[in-house]
Design a protein around this ligand. Structure first.
Ligand code: ARG
Length: 475
């Protein structure tokens, strides 16, 4: 635990440094330890100061405090900001959280006017505002990280639009697909992730500031002005909801968990593909690790760690859902438990996105291995069945049965479908002709799958072009 306090106040019975009048004694040291959030919420310092500056300026514009007090507060807060950024600031556990730490320092710097800053405001709307600002930035950061990864995947897809590889279901060879098609599948997933972060950002972009403790305030404040100053679209419409709502954090964690699930699946494929048994891809030196005992090893540690990170991120989501689910309106201190979860999930997601982007960008693809693997495992059996439907007029169910017999025949001889002779095929069904060999090759197979969104190289190139257009719109 950071900043664990020495048991001073309680032991000496000194008056409470924050609540003054009502309290004769300070808190027990353990009370202070469980109550304080400054060990982690100091991360909100910039948002806290920004919110306070907007609030003070509004108070002055509304004639609630004097212009000179507002000026002193505004300048004092900038001094606090530079002290924090310069590393000179002394955070104190006794002052509980970032809000009280900043205000206490402001008081030390400018004296009496500092006490006017908290007019028409509570830490409840203050923390809700600070945290929304922080999570809003993280939505933007996640979108930025996702865009970079999409760029790396689209480049891979473009290079390998017509490289043939096995497509799997049940991790059993199913039908040939193209490398580009497989890369673009992840682009679609990550595109939806961008949509989720963007939607969440738009929904959270309302200002809780001025909701005060829970009921609003009797002071003639202008919530639209502070909302605009902080880049929010509008003020929140219900003060009880505003101070007790953490949907924005839950939405961020949910979007992050889905995104991390996608990263984990791609990571899993990299682990499989880079194994000695597959050798579909090789990770660069920059993205591999060695073994301290087995000199031949090249381990995909980053992929494995990305695969695991979903545990932390989903864990954070579950933790915060659990914190929130039974809380009565409005604010409860339980909600202080929101921050560490979101901080850790956001950091973890950004690291995973960056590592995945690096790995994908550096990936060497073994085209020959891909194609050899695509050609084995009777991967064109469906093409053969389709051909029997088209060329020999069989109902698909019968064609499926005939093809099954042909696969069995090939399997019995230990060869693949194109290696069967015409006579062997005709022994299974007399309608089969020489023309069947045209559909048994993997390149023909993928080229034939021209349905919209199919694996044909032309279709893949069309999707790459569509995404290039989207990427251009990002600037
Ligand atoms: N540190 C608190 C939190 O993160 C700030 C709000 C405190 N409000 C209160 N009524 N004690 O939730």
């Amino acid at each position: 635990m950071t900043d664990r306090p020495a048991p001073t106040d309680a032991a000496t019975g000194a008056a409470n440094s924050m609540w003054g009048g009502r309290f004769a004694a300070g808190p027990d040291a353990i009370m202070e330890a469980i109550n304080a959030s400054i060990g982690f919420d100091r991360r909100l310092y910039a948002q806290d100061i920004r919110g306070s500056r907007a609030h003070a300026a509004m108070l002055a514009a509304q004639g609630i405090i004097s212009d000179s007090d507002a000026r002193a507060i505004g300048e004092g807060l900038l001094t606090v900001l530079s002290e924090i950024e310069g590393g000179a600031f002394r955070f104190q556990t006794a002052l509980e959280d970032i809000h009280m730490n900043v205000e206490a320092r402001l008081k030390a710097l400018i004296g009496e006017p500092a006490g006017r800053l908290h007019t028409a405001r509570s830490r409840n709307d203050q923390v809700a505002t600070d945290f929304r600002l922080w999570v809003r930035d993280q939505c933007d950061a996640a979108v930025g990280g996702l865009r970079a990864l999409i760029g790396a995947l689209v480049a891979q897809a473009e290079a390998g639009a017509d490289w043939v590889m096995p497509g799997f279901t049940h991790l059993q060879t199913a039908q040939p697909v193209t490398w580009g098609h497989h890369m673009m599948a992840y682009v679609e997933m990550l595109g939806r992730d961008i949509g989720r972060f963007t939607d969440a950002r738009a929904r959270m972009n309302e200002s809780p500031l001025g909701s005060a403790a829970l009921a609003g305030t009797g002071f003639p404040i202008d919530r639209h002005a502070t909302a605009a100053a902080l880049g929010f679209d509008r003020p929140t419409a219900n003060s009880l909801d505003a101070v007790s709502d953490r949907d924005f954090a839950l939405e961020f964690l949910s979007a992050a968990a889905i995104c991390a699930t996608h990263l984990s699946r791609l990571a899993e494929e990299l682990v499989i593909w880079s194994s000695a048994q597959f050798r579909f891809v090789a990770l660069s030196d920059r993205w591999s690790t060695g073994s301290s005992i087995m000199p031949q090893k090249r381990n995909p540690d980053a992929a494995e760690l990305i695969r695991a990170k979903i545990g932390r991120i989903l864990g954070a989501a579950v933790a915060l859902f659990t914190v929130m689910k039974g809380l009565p309106l409005a604010y409860s201190k339980d909600m202080q438990e929101d921050k560490e979860q979101v901080f850790d999930a956001a950091d973890t997601l950004m690291l995973a996105l960056a590592a995945m982007t690096g790995m994908i960008g550096d990936l060497t693809v073994n085209r020959d291995r891909l194609e050899a693997a695509a050609s084995s495992g009777f991967s064109t059996a469906t093409d053969l069945a389709d051909w029997l439907v088209r060329a020999a007029g069989l109902p698909f169910r019968d064609a499926h049965h005939v093809t099954g017999s042909l696969v069995a025949a090939a399997e019995a001889r230990g060869v693949d479908l194109p290696d069967l002779t015409l006579a062997e095929m005709q022994a299974v069904h007399p309608a089969i002709t020489d023309a069947v060999f045209g559909v048994l090759g993997v390149h023909n197979s993928v080229a034939s799958r021209q349905s919209y969104g199919g694996t044909a190289p032309d279709q893949v190139r069309a999707q790459v072009a569509r995404w290039r257009g989207i990427m251009e719109s990002w600037g």
